[in-house]
Design a protein around this ligand. Structure first.
Ligand code: KG4
Ligand code: ZN
Length: 336
């Protein structure tokens, strides 16, 4: 039984995971309301909220799992990537628990966590392709086995979630705008002609800054001319461009790598347009698709516990010098 802690951005989360897949509890304390008025996450504010909430969240996770620290086998924690001050709160809480109760401490890469969120619902099947789409990441990862990560493509500029949030802000929606753009996109029409950025034909890399600028420029131009803007149509046109490229490159990767499974991870994996289009395209191409329920797509500690279970079995244990990192290469976390 693993107690897992996630605090890399604006969610303080603690979870109790049994055998790497049974969620005994998964408490998520969101700070979104606090960051909304700033239009984005303020790192210093995030750290302070983590400090305020971490102890109560640990207690609540243990209580709702009906267990105690004595029964816990190991403590897993997000080591990075993320906001350094935010990460350090979780890491120090994890160290304190591991030290006080004499439990092993397991460092977990945040993106490995997002990937293993899928394992909480459906066993991972290898080789697999993982599409990671979040506020900070857009990557295609090839896994030939557990804990083997090869990045085959990544964004050259903005992450998808970042582009969503900036487009949302220009439309006038509050932070985080991604889900609101998704809702608007469901009721609009694809009437604006936004670019599809494919880059080189054989590359699995992405680029979203050109699309983001095209949308923002269009909105500014229309406003300057005093023309009526159909916001739902802007959202649909933007989302269609994002989804077409994401799905096109991901399906090509699945075919070229003979993937037994495609998994989708990260906050943007809860996007309804992306989920629908992936489901249709995977069905017609015979690709086995797995996307977690939306609650497991956004940041949570259950996913850290799921990845932590395999790292623990592989003997990945940290000592009390464990540090957090703003940037961390997932390939370096591979266990061969
Ligand atoms: O994985 P996550 O919770 O945090 C990071 O590790 O970044 O992802 C948060 C991102 C935000 O940019 C948010 O706007 C975006 O995921 N997001 C969405 C949707 N739900 C969350 N973007 C588009 N459509 C959604 N339904
Ligand atoms: Zn995340």
């Amino acid at each position: 039984m693993i107690l897992a802690i996630e605090s890399s951005c604006d969610e303080t989360s603690v979870s109790i995971i049994e055998d790497g897949k049974h969620i005994r509890s998964n408490i998520v304390l969101s700070q979104i309301e606090s960051h909304k008025r700033f239009g984005g996450v303020v790192p210093e504010v995030a750290s302070r909220h983590h400090v305020e909430g971490i102890t109560a969240t640990i207690d609540e996770a243990l209580n709702s799992a009906n267990t105690t620290m004595e029964e816990i086998d190991a403590v897993a924690v997000t080591q990075g990537p993320g906001l350094i001050g935010a990460l350090l709160v979780g890491i120090n809480a994890a160290k304190a628990l591991a030290f006080a109760y004499d439990k092993p401490l397991i460092p977990v890469h945040h993106i490995a966590g997002h990937i293993y969120a899928n394992h909480l619902e459906k066993p991972l099947q290898f080789p697999l392709i993982a599409l990671i789409v979040s506020g900070g990441h857009t990557e295609l990862v090839y896994m030939k086995d557990h804990l083997s990560f090869e990045v085959i493509g990544e964004t050259r500029d903005d992450a998808v979630g970042e582009a969503y949030d900036k487009v949302a802000r220009t439309i006038g929606l509050s932070y985080p705008g991604g889900p609101q753009v998704d809702n608007l996109a469901a009721i609009g029409e694809d009437s604006y002609d936004f670019p599809r950025v494919w880059l080189d034909k054989n590359s699995y890399d992405f680029s979203f800054s050109g699309l983001k600028s095209a949308v923002i420029n269009k909105l500014h131009n229309l406003r300057q001319k005093g023309e009526v803007i159909n916001e739902a149509n802007v959202a649909t046109s933007f989302q269609n461009s994002v989804v077409e490229v994401l799905v096109g490159k991901t399906v090509a990767a699945c075919k070229n790598y003979n993937a037994a499974q495609l998994i989708v991870a990260g906050g943007v994996a809860s996007n309804k347009g992306l989920r629908t289009q992936l489901a249709i395209t995977c069905e017609s191409n015979g690709i086995n698709l797995s996307i977690p329920t939306p609650q497991l797509c956004t940041d949570n500690a259950a996913m850290i516990g799921a990845a932590g279970h395999y790292l623990f079995k592989a003997g990945v244990i940290a000592d009390m010098s464990l540090n957090g990192y703003n940037h961390m290469d997932i390939e370096q976390c591979s266990i061969e």
